[in-house]
Design a protein around this ligand. Structure first.
Ligand code: SAH
Length: 240
């Protein structure tokens, strides 16, 4: 796939952004690196003249930005999502560095839409938001102060994606067909129903179980065919 083809499939998701100026800065950062699709999850203020001013020549990205209420909505239709975070998370999939993650994202973009998810300026991404993604990704920074400005974080990651897409030799194609976000969520709903009905666990004890199960399946990255097998098995168990 050519560079624009891969970058065309990248969605930048900004969750619960407080400062419209950062939305504009993110749009500008994206446009300079050839990214086009911006999705805003419950932004505090958008559209906003401050965002447009900071976007400079990238106002087309703001005009085409999609505003949604939840991260789950923002991830609909994607086959892979990276949670951008400087902080280590309990029960998260092992973290990847930005450069390695960018290669992986560009490879998977050959098979479907991929998302880069950025958190709020003050609180970052919630643990719940991180578990909706496949892997946490960290931009290498000084240990003394690890938190980049939101616009700067988008710029660094957009640059890494562009570099990865420019060098297709380093991003081998993905052979399998990855399941979409909705297919995986549909499987989780089915599994939840089946294990509750089986008596294996009671919904009130599920607090620890679900983060672990999401981590397990997030790590192996389910393919479409595998989802069909797993759901077929669940249906058969449910009938017994
Ligand atoms: N104070 C917040 C950080 C907010 S910075 C916290 O402790 O989590 C806003 C967003 O920029 C973060 O949610 C993250 O998505 C991104 N970001 C900032 N620095 C980063 C880094 N070193 N690696 C990856 N993402 C980073």
């Amino acid at each position: 796939m050519n560079i624009d083809g891969a970058l065309e499939r990248v969605r930048v998701v900004l969750s619960r952004t407080s400062h419209p100026g950062n939305i504009g800065a993110a749009a500008r950062a994206m446009k300079t690196m050839g990214l086009k699709h911006l999705v805003l999850v419950s932004p505090q203020s958008f559209p906003d003249p401050v965002a447009s001013a900071r976007a400079a020549g990238a106002d087309d990205i703001l005009e085409n930005a999609r505003v949604v209420e939840t991260l789950a909505e923002a991830l609909e239709g994607t086959v892979f999502a990276a949670a951008m975070t400087a902080r280590k998370r309990e029960l998260a999939v092992p973290m990847k560095w930005a450069r390695e993650a960018a290669g992986e994202l560009v490879s998977v973009a050959g098979r479907g839409d991929v998302a880069l998810v950025f958190g709020n300026e003050t609180v970052g991404l919630s643990n719940e938001e991180v578990t909706l993604c496949h892997m946490p990704v960290k931009i290498p920074v000084s240990e003394a102060y690890s938190s980049l400005n939101l616009g700067a974080a988008v710029q660094v990651m957009a640059y890494e994606l562009r570099m990865a897409a420019l060098d297709p030799g380093k991003t081998p194609g993905v052979e399998f067909e990855p399941a979409t976000f909705e297919e995986v969520e549909g499987f989780y709903t089915h599994l939840d129903r089946a294990i509750t009905a089986s008596g294996f666990f009671h919904p009130s004890n599920s607090k620890r179980l679900w983060p672990r199960l999401r981590r397990l399946y997030g790590r192996i990255r389910l393919e479409k065919d595998e989802i069909n097998i797993l759901r077929g098995m669940l249906t058969a168990f449910e009938k017994k």
